[in-house]
Design a protein. Structure first.
Length: 609
């Protein structure tokens, strides 16, 4: 194989339009000073992408350049190249045919590595060029995350132990094994791979005959590729995670919570760790929170123009409560932070009460609750009122005490943001009633409720146009418009989205603003469905309406919207059930339906959305 000189490679990059001639001279001088190869320097300086450089290297060496993607190697090559060998040389075996082994490498100039493979394996070696990231992904897919580490540990064990799980009854110090370099390396690789894949959670789940590790990416769980032999080292892996989270590794019968602080590149992460005992060992869930997360705006969260307008009108009010509802993991807190960032100014005192603190907001006083020392939402909220706040965010209204104090806070002239766990926007009113809050207090203090879900966004690199099933369209087509010419898209799957067809998530939502007609229904202690009927007559759009808009614009799919939304139970019977009490100009106090403290507000100009 002929080596490529820096000048040859540089000229090729210039000819390919990947490098400016002036910058080439600078890069060559820097390469000579640092005694590094040009391809390393131009990538390090940010002048070229690694893929472009390696394509040029492959072209100069007359070697093929490949995108490995989901390419599966032949069984003969896997029988020849061990995980340790592939890990040591940073290669992936692709094929073995007629005594010729084809490998993928990101360093085709490494002639020593090629000669060593020829000598050790007694075969001819052909080289294919691929990026380091592709080789790492292919390695993890083929051998499993930490494949070489697990094989090393297996080979170091006592003869006859193969296939047996190391348990606490064995004469082995599990705590000492958890601190072993091989276990440490495996756990580090597990966490790094999760972060690279944009995972929000890691689940370590002991089963009877396997240890299952899953990542939650864009709201969906995917099984991490790990070697089958990992079950044997389950106790050591779990102990290592507990040591990192500063948990009691001797206590295996009770749930525990902890936190791991890690860095990846220039980013810092908090890993919230929770353990729970199961019949087959402790199960661990790890929530990945970036300490340097970029604050999202309403535009980035997926707010439509209508919803942005209504939300901004509500958050500019001097007092009252704004609730965001939805299940766990639906982005409620992120939406509240986006709203807070819009009103965060030097003339406003803003205090947040959270569990845990997810985003750091300059200029905002943030307090983290700690139930273990009785620092609860309710207790902190009482203290917060003595700090002269203008705006308060309560991370979650989860119990009657917090609900009543939150309502009282809004009634005393504060703007309050909080979250609730309900299925839709109108369900928030009945949920507060169930917590013991009087209906007239709800009607007087709540300014609006936003319910949201997160749907996965189609990968822009591989989405394809198609015609969905007519029944799917019928279920989500809230406007009953003709779908014939709409650009419906579906996922295809490519390397950039891990062959899922989706990359990222966006919010779909429904919003109800308090007005005269909704207040009357709340004070009359009506059901959530009855309140929703009034709200929809006034112009509220159900959550699937927003989902349909995302489908029409090619952002998401019918299947995604149906997956995260419930069948809308509201039907037209409520249109007919509206009485004179819902007609404009009717005063509920005249009919004795509400106490005098409920204001008879005129209907908002925007209606309810």
């Amino acid at each position: 194989m002929i080596q490529t000189t820096d000048n040859q490679l540089g000229q090729l990059l210039v000819e390919m339009g990947k490098l400016d001639p002036d910058m080439l001279d600078v890069a060559i001088r820097d390469a000579h000073k640092s005694n590094e190869r040009l391809e390393t320097v131009v990538v390090k300086m940010g002048l070229c992408e690694e893929e472009d450089v390696l394509q040029a290297v492959a072209k100069s060496l007359h070697l093929p350049y490949k995108k490995l993607g989901d390419l599966e190697p032949g069984p003969e090559s896997l029988g020849l190249v061990t995980p340790q060998m592939a890990d040591h040389y940073r290669i992936v075996p692709l094929d073995l045919h007629d005594g010729v082994l084809t490998i993928a490498t990101s360093d085709p100039h490494d002639l020593f590595m090629i000669d060593e493979l020829r000598r050790q394996l007694n075969v001819e070696v052909e080289v294919v060029v691929a990026t380091r990231l592709e080789i790492e992904k292919a390695y993890n897919r083929i051998f499993g995350i930490g494949g070489a580490v697990i094989q090393n540990m297996t080979e170091l064990e006592a003869p006859g132990a193969a296939g047996q799980e190391i348990s606490l009854s064995d004469n082995i110090d599990i705590d000492e094994m958890a601190a072993d370099a091989t276990i440490v390396r495996f756990v580090n690789q597990l966490i790094q791979e999760a972060m690279r894949d944009r995972a929000t959670d890691i689940h370590v789940e002991p089963m009877e005959k396997e240890l299952r590790i899953r990542y939650r990416i864009d709201g969906m769980l995917y099984e991490a590729p790990i070697p089958p032999a990992i079950k044997r080292f389950q106790a050591a892996i779990i102990s290592r995670l507990k040591i990192m989270a500063d948990l009691n590794i001797a206590e295996r019968r009770l749930p525990q919570d902890g936190k791991i602080k890690v860095k990846m590149g220039d980013k810092e992460f908090d890993l919230r760790t929770a353990t729970v005992p199961t019949p087959y060992g402790e199960s661990i869930a790890i929530r990945i929170l970036s300490r340097d997360s970029e604050m999202k705006t309403m535009e980035k969260l997926g707010f439509s123009e209508r919803h942005k307008s209504l939300m901004r009108a509500m958050i500019q009010k001097p007092y009252g409560i704004i609730f965001v509802t939805g299940p766990t993991g639906s982005g409620k807190s992120t939406t509240l932070f986006a709203a807070l960032s819009e009103i965060n100014s030097v003339d406003r005192k803003i205090i947040t009460i959270e569990d845990p603190i997810e985003y750091r907001i300059p200029g905002v006083t943030q307090i983290q609750v700690n139930p273990s020392i009785d620092l609860t939402f309710a207790r902190v909220l009482r203290t917060t009122l003595r700090l002269d706040p203008d705006v308060i965010m309560v991370g979650e209204t989860r119990d009657p005490e917090t609900a009543k104090i939150t309502i009282a806070t809004a009634m005393t002239g504060h703007l309050v943001f909080s979250t609730l766990h309900t299925n839709d926007a109108c369900g928030a009113f009945t949920r507060l009633n169930d917590m013991g809050v009087e209906p007239f207090l709800i009607a007087s203090s709540v300014e609006g409720v936003l319910a949201q879900r997160l749907v996965r966004v189609l990968c822009p690199e591989c989405k394809q146009r198609y015609t969905p099933d007519a029944e799917l369209i019928r279920q989500v087509n809230m406007t009953r418009e003709n779908p014939a010419n709409l650009p419906f898209m579906r996922p295809a799957g490519c390397e950039s989205c891990r062959y899922t067809g989706y990359a990222g998530r966006t919010a779909i939502m429904e919003m109800v603003r308090m007005d005269e007609f909704v207040r009357r229904r709340i004070v009359a202690n009506s059901s959530a469905s009855e309140i929703k009927g009034v709200a929809m007559k006034q112009g509220m759009k159900p959550i699937r309406f927003d989902g349909w808009e995302k489908i029409k614009s090619g952002v998401s799919t019918c299947e995604e919207v149906l997956r995260v939304t419930m069948e809308d139970e509201f039907n037209n019977e409520y249109d007919a059930s509206l009485t004179a009490e819902e007609m404009p100009g009717h005063d509920p106090r005249a009919a004795g339906n509400a106490p005098a403290s409920v204001p008879n507000h005129p209907a908002d100009a925007d209606g309810i959305s």
